[in-house]
Write a protein that binds this ligand. Structure first.
Ligand code: ZN
Length: 93
């Protein structure tokens, strides 16, 4: 029969694992400013405290008080083994 709609869906679980050799990176952008967003950026740092120190120094020199902090890392994705209760039963024939 054409136009048949599938009535069962299977969901799969994945595990996201931090990519071992790469370290997370932290950065900040100044979104303060009087008439326009300043846009000054900290660059990437391996330690969040370095980003915070950069922001504090930027506040001291500019008076800007608002920042957007970001964090990024790399992950690898692997399919997880489904729980036994959700595995399809094996047919006997
Ligand atoms: Zn600024």
């Amino acid at each position: 029969m054409s136009g048949e709609v599938p009535t069962r869906f299977r969901y799969r679980t994945y595990n996201l694992l931090r990519d071992g050799p790469t370290l997370p990176k932290y950065t900040a952008e100044c979104v303060g400013g009087d008439d326009a967003v300043c846009g000054a950026v900290s660059g990437e740092w391996a330690d969040q405290r370095d980003v915070d120190r950069w922001a504090a120094a930027h506040v001291a020199e500019s008076g800007h008080l608002r920042f957007r902090r970001s964090f990024h890392d790399y992950v690898e994705v692997e399919a997880a083994e489904p729980p036994a209760s959700t595995r399809p039963a094996r047919s006997s024939g």
